[in-house]
Design a protein around this ligand. Structure first.
Ligand code: FEO
Ligand code: CA
Ligand code: CA
Ligand code: CA
Length: 571
């Protein structure tokens, strides 16, 4: 890729070998402990998890959500407020591993619904370990039923009006929140990703509009059956309801009564995360991926500038969305999505952002996942997780996806990380320069470009980079959500993992391996940087894990705390 060579070893840990065990591996001198699991108590009236029934809608409403993803720590008056996305739920796990993974009754459906959303939970350290502060006034479950408002150009537009909300302003809930973001003023950004999989129609032959098709909405949901208990999710009855999801949602974790705000100005797509940067001139710039094969990488630039005490709502409501175009030369440009460039109104651009980006000729990407900004430079990194369809003309309703630029491999199984630097270190510039930080691969099985770039070797190989985050020292952390078969193309790669990368030398070293059939996703630090919080999502998604409690217990997504035995900093 960029002529990277291993140089000075900057990593403060020994490499962890691959693992296929049902446990967490961390380097010698480190330990990992569970902080909070799916369905753990948050209030004194929470009911303890029942291994047999796996809970009810009522118990889920008052306990921690399922499948943790993006998360951020907010320090508030000396308290540690952890805010976490509960992206989705494994139906086979919450409904008792029944082979058909189908709900038996309405309570099952509602339990699944309430396992989604966002959880705010205060955590504390008792001198021994981290745990939930039961009954903290900050503890909160935000679910697909929580009232929130639409803001920005699409708010009040005909496309977002429904019978229940003729004004097109007040909407219920958020679901399938994947990655996260943190604004300079200390609010949380939850990013709505695969929102489409929850809509259905009684008539399985019901045809949705071309615009909804572009977002994957159809007459069939992914098995959650929400339309059976709430007409909102019946796309024949409420065809505009899917236009009210697919946004970035701003949440104030310091006020459990605050109303979350959907920021339509940032566009509607399958949002992965939202990486906020304050530009040299004070404007807010937010980098965002759309995680779908052949979709795009985006940037939002606010009209106004950020300064302490200003109206931050205006910064999140008035701005321009751009989509990235990459040239094979290593140059790149940001294409503005405006009424002039797209022939669409500003509200239409904010609702049908994918269609607007297609009109300007943005580059189709290999599933853009997290974007993260290097604190020591103006560089940005984005994980392009994989794309089995690259080079094939099978992209549903989207554009063709030729091989080239930062997407150099056909039927890309392993993924890559692209990075770019804005021209003159100006995040609002129309131009940037890019290269690949790493091309993941398997040098044990392949010797062609599927072996990966030269900073990939038998000791650090991985597939499907997804979560990315820089720590305060400028070390890049890479989390994977890939194939864990440990066979064929993935032989020798074991379970999903987390690695550290040196942005200067390109060197990559494995730090952690997750349990079976899990993804490692979500990363943040305690206020003193002595604890790293890491999310473990969907352990045992195919029925082969009992993590974290072992024996015959139900596998449960959880957040772990990673610390050093000597009490040193971990980022
Ligand atoms: Fe929820 Fe793109 O991962
Ligand atoms: Ca992800
Ligand atoms: Ca992923
Ligand atoms: Ca996931």
């Amino acid at each position: 890729p960029t002529g990277v060579k291993a140089a000075v070893n900057r990593f403060a840990f020994d490499a962890v070998p691959v693992s296929t065990s049902d446990s967490i591996s961390v380097p010698a001198g480190y330990k990992a402990e569970v902080v909070v699991r799916w369905a753990d108590a948050m209030w004194s009236d929470s009911v303890a998890f029942d291994q047999d029934t796996r809970g009810t809608a009522k118990t889920q409403a008052r306990t921690f959500g399922d499948n943790t993803d993006g998360m951020e720590v907010f320090m508030h008056e000396g308290r540690t407020l952890l805010t976490i996305n509960n992206e989705y739920t494994n139906r086979s796990i919450i409904w008792g591993n029944r082979a058909d993974a189908k709900p038996e009754n309405d309570d099952d459906i509602e339990k699944g619904l309430l396992a989604h959303g966002v959880t705010v939970v205060e955590i504390g350290h008792d001198g021994d370990r981290w745990g939930v502060v039961i009954d903290s006034p900050f503890n909160r479950r935000i679910t697909p039923n929580t009232e929130m408002i639409l803001t920005g150009p699409a708010a009040g537009h005909a496309l977002v009006k429904t019978d229940a909300d003729p004004a097109g302003i007040t909407t219920l809930g958020t679901w399938n929140n994947c990655g996260s973001g943190k604004t300079p003023w200390g609010t949380y950004l939850a990013c709505e990703e695969n929102f489409n999989g929850y809509f259905s129609a009684e008539d399985e032959n019901h045809e949705v509009s071309a615009e909804l098709k572009r977002y994957g909405v159809s007459a069939s949901d992914w098995g959650y059956s929400w339309a059976k208990i709430d007409d909102r999710f019946d796309v024949a009855k409420n065809p505009n309801e899917p236009n009210r999801v697919g946004y970035v949602v701003e949440i104030d974790p310091r006020d459990a009564n605050s109303t979350p705000k959907k920021r339509t100005a940032l566009g509607r797509f399958k949002h992965e995360n939202a990486e906020c940067v304050v530009n040299n001139d004070g404007r807010l710039v937010i980098y965002m991926g759309d995680d779908e094969r052949g979709e795009f990488l985006y940037r939002y630039v606010s009209d106004g500038v950020y300064a302490a005490g200003i109206d931050t709502d205006a910064l999140m409501e008035n701005g321009t969305i751009f989509a990235a175009k990459f040239h094979d030369t290593g140059a790149g440009e940001w294409l503005a999505l405006t009424p002039e460039t797209t022939g669409m109104t500003q509200a239409e651009i904010c609702v049908h952002t994918r269609i607007a980006a297609s009109k300007v000729g943005a580059t189709t990407m290999d599933r853009p996942e997290w974007v993260t900004a290097n604190p020591n430079s103006s560089e940005l990194y984005c994980a392009l997780t994989n794309n089995k369809n690259r080079g094939l003309k099978t992209n549903k309703g989207g554009d063709e996806t030729p091989v080239g630029g930062p997407n150099p491999r056909e039927k890309n199984k392993y993924g890559q990380i692209v990075r770019w630097t804005p021209m003159n270190d100006d995040h609002t510039s129309a131009e940037f320069k890019w290269d690949l930080y790493v091309l993941a691969g398997n040098p044990k099985v392949h010797s062609d470009d599927k072996a990966g770039s030269e900073n990939v070797n038998l000791g650090n190989m991985f597939n499907s980079p997804d979560g990315l985050a820089f720590d305060s020292t400028g070390q890049l952390w890479i989390q994977t959500d890939g194939k864990y078969s440990n066979e064929g193309d993935f032989e020798g790669q074991g379970n999903n993992q987390m690695l550290a990368g040196d942005p200067v030398t390109g060197e990559i070293r494995r730090f952690l391996v997750g349990p079976r059939e899990a993804e490692v996703t979500g990363l943040c630090w305690s206020g003193d940087r002595k604890t790293m919080f890491v999310g473990i999502q969907h352990p045992g998604e195919r029925g082969n894990s009992n993590w974290p409690d072992g024996g015959n217990t139900v596998p449960r997504s959880a957040i772990i705390a990673v610390t050093r035995d000597d009490g040193g900093l971990v980022g």
